[in-house]
Design a protein around this ligand. Structure first.
Ligand SMILES: [Fe+2]
Length: 320
């Protein structure tokens, strides 16, 4: 990596075609105002854009989630970000892979490349800044010093907001098919999997252990969007703040095995989750991560409370 005039270009694996970041998830929900309160309470900015709601990291203009009114919670599309000079290559690559290009959906007109994945989810690849980190994000821990009272008061503790969207976990009815498509067409790489239950995928240009993950279900859907916070304390403070605002349901705090991140999941009003995540494993642009197939019972979480019984239920295909 070289530095030119103070501008440090994003890390990149030379010659390898692949998206570098998750740009945005768009979905419909039955009550946009309920969504605005949930994501605002979570620590994200919410801005009305006509009838839609844009959700973004505090202080950042580009939304990482866009929400529209609809009869129920449903994924509308996934937007992935690529380097500008990779767009012509992706155009050729999609054609060679036999992937049919589609027109942008109404309200989301862009010069990105639009198509559907094998589960029917609408996907866009477009030019956008690399928001996935270029190197391991250091986790912050309180300084260990003697002779001082280091914890803040309960009322004086402020919750650090999320600094970026980390990853999205999707439900899929065909795990191998999804992994094959997102490897061969999108250019992600398998990080780890647990049999036919779950698979985690990272970007080739330097990324968290997973940008996208898939868990087996009866149909497609959203399990959770995950947001990075700077410390284990921020995970706990986020969970407490959400509980104080009425969002008690969820799972955490705990630590995952695959990805190693500390987590707390807050259940959203539609049965999916928003995750506070901290200190996830990182795969550098010049490193070939060796993917392993893990035993599910030994790979879900290192420690934490017992998950809710419906934690992996896909409420986009079932109301039960
Ligand atoms: Fe996650």
């Amino acid at each position: 990596m070289t530095q030119t005039g103070g501008f440090i270009p994003a890390t990149r694996r030379p010659g390898v075609l692949g998206v570098h970041s998750v740009r945005r998830l768009a979905m419909t929900v039955p009550d946009v105002e309920v969504a605005r309160r949930f994501y605002s309470d979570f620590g994200l900015d919410t801005v009305a854009q006509g009838a839609n709601l844009d959700v973004s990291i505090q202080g950042q203009a580009a939304p990482c989630i866009t929400i529209a009114d609809g009869p129920r919670k449903r994924i509308h599309h996934l937007s992935l970000a690529a380097f500008e000079d990779d767009i012509p290559r992706f155009t050729s690559h999609l054609r060679e892979c036999g992937v049919e290009r589609l027109a942008p959906p109404p309200g989301f007109e862009s010069n990105g490349l639009w198509f559907r994945d094998p589960d029917g989810m609408l996907v866009e690849i477009c030019v956008a800044l690399k928001t996935t980190p270029d190197r391991k994000t250091p986790a912050l821990w309180p300084a260990s010093t003697a002779n001082s009272a280091r914890a803040p008061s309960r009322t004086g503790a402020s919750k650090p907001p999320p600094t970026r969207m980390s990853h999205i976990l999707f439900f899929t009815p065909e795990l191998d098919r999804a992994v094959k498509f997102y490897t061969q067409v999108i250019g992600l790489r398998l990080s780890d999997r647990a049999g036919d239950e779950i698979a985690f995928m990272h970007g080739v240009h330097g990324s968290d252990h997973h940008l996208i993950a898939f868990v087996k279900s009866e149909g497609p859907g959203l399990h959770h969007c995950s947001f990075d916070v700077p410390s284990l304390e921020a995970v706990g403070l986020g969970a407490k703040a959400m509980a104080d605002k009425g969002h008690q349901r969820g799972w955490g705090m705990g630590r995952h095995v695959l990805g190693s991140n500390y987590f707390h999941y807050v259940r959203d009003p539609w049965g999916s989750y928003a995750e506070y995540s901290c200190d996830m494993d990182f795969v550098a642009a010049d490193y070939d991560w060796e993917a392993h197939d893990n035993k599910a019972e030994d790979a879900f979480y290192v420690w934490g409370p017992t998950p809710p019984i419906d934690f992996a239920r896909n409420y986009e295909v079932s109301d039960e």
